[in-house]
Design a protein around this ligand. Structure first.
Ligand SMILES: NC(=O)c1ccc[n+]([C@@H]2O[C@H](COP(=O)([O-])OP(=O)(O)OC[C@H]3O[C@@H](n4cnc5c(N)ncnc54)[C@H](O)[C@@H]3O)[C@@H](O)[C@H]2O)c1
Length: 357
């Protein structure tokens, strides 16, 4: 008989709905509790999804809900460390949203605690679970790209600071670099072969602010958006990350930037071929001395976002219920990512290249 996994969700804001939708699709998972520092939000959430228990804090949830096996941490970034540590100490498996923490120091402690408790700590690197990622890997594994020595990752918005806690450095840890950059830096490193980063050179810019008065567009807002709220995070960032095999990742990211339109793309360059991984996979090779473009025929789910979350949460279930399953988005990769982000912010501050241990 399949094992049932009992899950509690902490943080009942926007992204928790994607977790919830994916949990509900897995017949072996029961979401039995939710918690939010905005208790009424947790109560409303529980009512909407017919979750039997709603709490006003992770402490209360862990104390009263002794039957929990696992916790999804969907709080502001500054809650990831606290909630994950508490859940691990209470012997729960954890799926923690990205970024894993506010900095590498916190991330290392979280990784160590998971090891000490013998519990799964999966980081929400959801793009690792996208279909294009799998298809790219299928081609890479058979040598289509050869040695990938350069990647250009772009995740930019023209006007897209979600405001609320996203714009408040104390709660977010930073702006588009830690929010959007984290996705494409991780995915690039994953697809380039998981090499060790050795140094970064980066710059951040605080020139435009959140542009909350922009008219004529719809955009993503934090649950507690306030048009007059603080904005002390960078509005764009650029960095070069060097890996120990000589490969380089160039990353650009923005919440606000005076460009024509926002872009999300990963361009990967190998000595036998190149590719664009997002939004859909295209491959560039020389065949018979002709420059040739190849588009693999792949049926993409109509809702790519839901498909990624479904795959991520099914994998989390497998990791929690079968100790032989190797986690595809483990804490150790979250730690490396946080070291890269710390180094980029330090480089931006000092103007110097920063080495990574
Ligand atoms: N994987 C993705 O593609 C993706 C997309 C969006 C957001 N995220 C991540 O998900 C997290 C939440 O983002 P969001 O957009 O849902 O934010 P949100 O503001 O919509 O919701 C966050 C919720 O967490 C609650 N909260 C904050 N601190 C808490 C704490 N310590 N304990 C309990 N509740 C707490 C808030 O009251 C709020 O209801 C962030 O870390 C963000 O980076 C990931």
């Amino acid at each position: 008989m399949e094992k049932i996994l009992r899950v509690g969700i902490v943080g009942c804001g926007n992204i928790s709905h994607s977790h919830m939708a994916a949990y509900r699709k897995n017949k072996n998972i029961e979401v039995v509790a939710c918690a939010d520092i905005n208790h009424q939000r947790a109560i409303d959430y529980a009512e909407a999804y017919k979750i039997p228990n709603a709490y006003g804090s992770i402490d209360e949830m862990l104390e009263k809900q002794t039957d929990l096996d696992a916790v999804s941490v969907c709080t502001w970034n500054n809650g990831h460390y606290e909630c994950t540590m508490k859940a691990l100490k209470a012997k729960k498996h954890v799926l923690c949203e990205k970024p894993m923490a506010m900095n590498a120091k916190e991330a290392i402690e979280m990784q160590e605690e998971a090891k000490k408790q013998g519990k799964v700590l999966q980081v929400g690197f959801v793009k690792r679970f996208a279909k294009t990622t799998r298809v790219f890997q299928d081609f890479a594994e058979t040598g289509t790209f050869g040695d990938i020595y350069l990647t250009k990752a772009i995740y930019t918005r023209r006007v897209g600071n979600p405001g609320g806690w996203f714009a408040d450095k104390k709660r977010s840890g930073g702006g588009p670099l830690i929010d959007l950059g984290v996705h494409v830096i991780d995915l690039s490193r994953y697809l380039m072969g998981m090499h060790k980063p050795v140094s970064v050179y980066g710059a951040t810019f605080n020139k435009l602010g959140a542009k909350n008065d922009t008219k004529g567009i719809t955009r993503y807002f934090a649950r507690d958006y306030d048009p007059n709220g603080i904005c002390d995070v960078e509005d764009s960032a650029i960095a070069l990350i060097r890996f120990d095999n000589g490969s380089v990742l160039h990353v650009e990211t923005s919440f606000t930037l005076n460009l024509k339109e926002g872009i999300t793309t990963l361009q990967m360059f190998g000595d036998k071929g190149g590719a664009v991984v997002e939004p859909n996979l295209e491959i560039y090779k020389d065949i018979n001395h002709y420059m040739t473009n190849i588009t693999p025929i792949v049926s993409y789910d109509y809702d790519v976002f839901a498909e990624m979350f479904g795959n991520q949460i099914n994998h989390f279930y497998d990791c929690c219920t079968d100790e032989n399953v190797v986690c595809k988005a483990p804490a150790e990769d979250g730690v490396v990512l946080m070291k890269i982000l710390d180094a980029i912010y330090e480089s931006a501050l000092t103007g110097n290249e920063v080495k990574i241990d």
